[in-house]
Design a protein around this ligand. Structure first.
Ligand SMILES: N[C@@H](CCC(=O)N[C@@H](CS)C(=O)NCC(=O)O)C(=O)O
Length: 202
């Protein structure tokens, strides 16, 4: 296996996921700042020109960070990061989608609509980026209420891919100056727990 990855929350999701499972594969660094993700050779791997990309030993290509994580979960089932029984699988899926749509998506829109790197990917509306920036505190406040007095991780007692998605969203928000408000202590305590894990530095 070989992982094409670089700077950015989606590569980080896969790298953290692999670290949690103790999976170590050769990596090919793709430098987004040099446009290495838009070269003809790279576009043959992923026609969308995005990272991460996982290439299996038989040449099979898997793109999309969560699809890569799903594949890795299937071949390395423990520790289970998508839940270990029907209920926990449902809860992890629910919370991963909520983290992705409500939080990662909102913060991602700041990046997509303000960073020159994405100017060729879509028509940018900087004013929309600002509305999304203004929406971020309320998104984290929602999560803060949801996890108040709850289990240690977003989807329950076990750390899961939902924690990874929300934590890389926090990283992206900090990068674009859309930080988690200091007053949201439940979210800060949860993020401390996630960032204390060795996988965070993967
Ligand atoms: N849905 C994809 C998104 C991948 C993505 O947007 N990756 C970013 C880096 S985090 C990228 O390659 N951006 C370059 C571009 O879109 O031109 C996934 O989950 O892997």
């Amino acid at each position: 296996m070989k992982l094409y990855c670089g700077i950015g929350p989606n590569s980080y999701r896969v790298r953290i996921f692999m670290a949690e499972k103790g999976i170590d594969v050769p990596r090919v660094d793709v430098d987004l700042t040099k446009g290495e993700h838009k070269t003809p050779q790279f576009l043959e791997l992923n026609s969308l020109g995005q990272i991460p990309v996982l290439v299996l030993d038989d040449g099979t290509v898997i793109t999309e960070s969560i699809a890569i994580c799903r594949y890795l979960e299937a071949v390395h089932p423990t520790p289970a990061l998508f839940g270990s029984d029907a209920v926990s699988q449902g809860k992890v899926e629910m919370w991963n989608r909520r983290a992705e749509i409500e939080i990662f998506g909102t913060i991602g829109s700041i990046a997509l609509h303000s960073d020159p790197m994405f100017a060729e990917r879509l028509v940018q509306f900087p004013a929309f980026a600002e509305t999304q920036r203004e929406a971020v505190p309320a998104k984290w406040a929602w999560l803060d209420r949801e996890i108040a007095d709850g289990p240690p991780f977003i989807a329950g007692d076990q750390y899961s891919v939902a924690d990874i998605t929300a934590a890389v969203a926090a990283w992206l928000g900090a990068f674009f100056g859309a930080d988690i408000p200091d007053s949201l202590v439940n979210v800060h305590h949860w993020l401390d727990r996630v960032q204390e894990r060795p996988s965070w530095n993967a």
